[in-house]
Design a binder for this molecule. Structure first.
Ligand code: 26Q
Length: 832
């Protein structure tokens, strides 16, 4: 008998047969899930229809998902891990249908079942596992990596509660819990078998093993990390990458001692403590800084992810693994400092568990880790009290001390006697309370440090990170952000997508640099195309107007100019500047000063961190001003203001395609990049913006004639800071004076006297870091230029087309290719 050599299963996966995706088969499978799996029938609650369809679609991702996994795991293949406390993915169903190219079939199948696909899609809750830009960026990155076939896995936390739901009561923001998992999550796959044990607390013990000093971490309270995998589909390329989210659970023996002592309730309490870790996403709120639970989340993610990556790397039991080689095949990208404890955790594992010496472990770690910074605001720089580490992560604190003392030796060699510099650069901040500076740990422990737009990276090198830049210039680089054109054009704006593809073919969807082929069509001779471009915009504006009517009870006229500012509410983003302009427009109506008047619908949206008083006041102000203006008969449709509650990924999918003017008006030097600006540009909005973040690169790409630039530049802001006298702007600009006086008069808050005094005080404070009044006149003038441009319809259409046609650079495909070229150095993997 012939015997063949045994081949382990991980080299010889059995093949899965692909499933048919014609409408009839899809319909049958859908009915199967609805009836036999979910036990629901026609007329059931709509979320079950969505769920059954999601399972039907997920089945069709499985083969590619598995093949992708196997192809990426071939021995010797290098992989990257994107480690982030946030992944703001939004809805998945419509996006997968687009990527898989089965939308028409599914639409038909749903139609046969008397369902409208569009409505079914609406029943999926947003996966809101992020605050804003940083979390959404991680989601766009995942999309692009799958489309580019890059072997990148996301590691995050499976929060039970995502970003809070915002609703408005009497003009004020209220928060409600976002229990997005309430009805289950049909996309995820639980993989209990890959659970990891995570240690907290306890103490360290030094001992000798074979004459060698070793350290172990003793009597810790352990928590289990259970992974849940979400599929990330590439655009029509048979690639499905993985987003692995960790849920915390109590260890089985968590309560044995307490159970036996008869203390049942104590036992359940400790179980709850374990489960608390992945319970809720922290809002981006400086009042939440230093919270112990947040540090637990960070270590939980870092430790589970590194252990998992090591498990995957060493999965073949018969082989020997030399951990000195770990960095050759593994690289971790840290999304801001949030997961930076990973630097110390990898050192701990390599030294304590894998027996590497310090120098070898450090060489591996600093070749594995890369760090992305997302902010220059000092209050957003993470630091953790040493005493917290002592209690929660004693072994990691020892390692950080050792990293620091070796690092400071390097500094003092290069700059002997420079104690100021030593203090500035130390990972430990000395003082009554001692802190660990996470950004410093990230820089010291990484081979790459990048900012997220050209200006931001420059300001990092020249300012915040200057000492480190002098020491290690080669570590520093820029990676300008992007957004995925699949979700933000093809999915969100199907009508514009069809129109573009008709002119230049479909290749631009997977290669956005080709969108510049649209530029010739901006020319005056293409009047018919311009007509259709406007018709698409109008239809999108009708769709948004319906949403605004429903959510805000405000009627928007789709023929008016749609002027939109949606983003987190923060003083540096200057929603207040927008409000001052609104009041100015209102006064112009009242004074009959209507030269070059353009009817405007102004939409503002965004969440304020629950503990950020001023941000919440700004929301109240927007709503109060809106109420007065919208109900003033003299205004008569010339101006409409709405605040859209609960701004999120799904609402942006309606908002961006309907926007004419995109407000990007941050104080120069403060917005690291911005990514909403790119979504608007792609959808044919024209930007009014400051010289800040990625606005600068947008301006360069589209040309000054297609962008409304205004305001002080970063260096002018810095220079003015010492001599800023806001009241002088009132003295020299009576229109600004009128605006502030009307605000002060209580015109917008008749029933709540004085509530906006803190806002007025902030604007007139010479220490106002955001210098709102300094840019008022320039902003109003730029808005007037917007109005004049709008009055020339053809001109506006050309600008709109030019914005879309110039947006090629702002695809995350480009961003990911740059990360890969300069940092990750992965070979694309085709799954077949
Ligand atoms: C920190 C400590 C405790 C609790 C929460 C946080 C926390 C959470 C989220 C701190 C910051 C964030 C998010 C920051 C963020 O979204 N930054 C944005 O990142 C975008 C992507 O790079 C940029 O485009 C934006 O300019 C930047 O503001």
């Amino acid at each position: 008998m012939k015997t063949s050599k045994f081949v382990p299963h991980f080299y010889r996966p059995f093949r899965l047969e692909p499933l048919a995706s014609d409408a009839a088969t899809l319909g049958r499978n859908f009915k199967h899930y609805l009836s036999y799996h979910l036990g629901r029938f026609q007329g059931c609650a709509p979320n079950y229809v969505y769920e059954a369809l999601a399972y039907t679609v997920r089945d069709r991702l499985m083969v590619d998902w598995r093949n992708t996994w196997n192809a990426q795991l071939l021995p010797g293949a290098r992989r990257a891990y994107y480690m982030s406390l946030e992944f703001l993915i939004g809805r998945a169903l419509g996006n997968h249908l687009l990527n898989m190219g089965i939308k028409n079939g599914v639409e038909q199948a749903m139609f046969d079942y008397s369902q409208k696909l569009e409505e079914v899609i609406e029943n999926e809750p947003d996966a809101g596992l992020g605050n804003g830009g940083l979390g959404r960026l991680a989601a766009c990155f995942m999309d692009s990596c799958a489309t580019l076939k890059l072997p990148v896995m996301g590691y995050g936390i499976r929060y039970e509660y995502g970003m809070f739901r915002q609703y408005i009561e009497n003009g004020y923001q209220k928060e409600a819990a976002d229990h997005w998992l309430q009805n289950g999550n049909p996309w995820e796959i639980e993989r209990l078998e890959y659970s990891q044990l995570i240690q907290f607390g306890g103490h360290t013990e030094h001992f000798y093993d074979d004459g060698k000093l070793k350290i172990r971490w003793m009597s810790s309270n352990d928590v289990i990390a259970v992974p849940y995998d979400m599929p990330i589909s590439g655009y029509r390329n048979k690639t499905v990458n993985t987003l692995r989210l960790w849920k915390s659970a109590a260890t089985d023996e968590f309560n044995l001692a307490e159970f036996n002592a008869g203390s049942y309730t104590e036992a359940v309490r400790s179980k709850n403590q374990a489960e608390d870790i992945s319970m809720v996403l922290y809002p981006n709120d400086s009042s939440e800084n230093g919270k112990e639970l947040r540090l637990r989340q960070q270590y939980f993610l870092a430790s589970a992810s590194i252990k998992d990556a090591i498990r995957v790397w060493t999965r073949i039991p018969s082989e020997q693994f030399d951990f000195k080689q770990f960095a050759a095949e593994n690289v971790f990208q840290m999304n801001d400092t949030h997961p930076t404890i990973a630097v110390a955790e990898l050192m701990r594992i390599l030294i304590d568990d894998k027996d590497l010496g310090w120098d070898d472990a450090w060489a591996v770690t600093t070749q594995c880790m890369a760090y992305t910074n997302h902010t220059l605001l000092p209050e957003a720089l993470e630091k953790w009290p040493v005493f917290l580490f002592e209690r929660l992560l004693p072994r990691l604190l020892e390692i950080i001390y050792e990293i620091n003392s070796r690092f400071l030796r390097i500094v003092s060699m290069k700059w002997p006697g420079d104690t100021d510099r030593l203090n500035r650069m130390s990972i430990i901040e000395e003082g009554p309370t001692r802190y660990i500076r996470m950004a410093w740990l990230a820089i010291v422990g990484s081979f790459s440090v990048n900012g997220v737009a050209a200006l931001h990276s420059q300001l990092l090198r020249e300012g915040l990170f200057h000492d480190f830049y002098q020491l290690w210039p080669e570590k520093f680089n820029n990676k300008t952000n992007g957004v995925t054109p699949r979700r933000w054009i093809a999915h969100a704006n199907p009508a514009m997508t069809a129109l573009i593809s008709e002119q230049i073919g479909e290749d631009w969807i997977a290669d956005l640099s080709q969108i510049e082929k649209l530029k010739p069509y901006a020319g005056a001779s293409h009047r018919a195309f311009h007509e259709r471009w406007r018709a698409v915009k109008l239809a999108n504006k009708q769709r948004l107007a319906a949403l605004v009517a429903e959510e805000c009870r405000v009627v928007f006229d789709p023929t008016a100019l749609f002027d939109v500012q949606v983003k987190r509410i923060h003083e540096y983003k200057r929603q207040l500047l927008n409000v001052l302009h609104i009041i100015h427009l209102y006064l112009r109506i009242k004074h009959g000063n209507l030269d070059h008047w353009v009817n405007r619908c102004i939409l503002i949206g965004g969440k304020a961190a629950p503990g950020y008083r001023m941000a919440k006041k700004i929301i109240k102000l927007v709503n109060s001003v809106a109420e007065v203006i919208n109900s003033d008969p003299e205004v008569d449709g010339k101006l409409k203001i709405a605040f859209i509650p609960n701004y999120c990924v799904s609402s942006m999918e309606i908002i961006a395609p309907a926007t004419d003017v995109s407000e990007q008006i941050s104080t120069a030097g403060k917005e690291a990049s911005g990514t909403g600006n790119m979504k608007f540009m792609m959808n044919g909005a024209v930007t009014i913006g400051t010289y800040d973040g990625a606005n600068i690169e947008i301006l360069e790409a589209v040309g000054a004639e297609n962008f409304f630039l205004f305001g002080l530049r970063a260096e002018q802001i810095d220079a003015l800071r010492h001599e800023y006298r806001p009241w002088e702007y009132l003295e020299h600009d009576h229109e600004l004076d009128d605006v502030i006086n009307l605000l002060r008069s209580g015109h917008f808050n008749m029933n709540e006297p004085g509530i906006f005094n803190p806002v007025i005080d902030a604007l007139l404070n010479p220490a106002d870091p955001w210098m709102v009044l300094a840019d008022f006149r320039a902003y109003v003038d730029a808005q007037q230029a917007v109005a004049r441009a709008w009055l020339d319809t053809e001109h506006w259409t050309r600008m709109s087309i030019m914005n879309t046609a110039s947006s090629g650079f702002f695809s995350t495909d480009r961003t990911m290719l740059e990360y890969n070229r300069d940092i990750w150095k992965l070979a694309p993997v085709s799954a077949q």
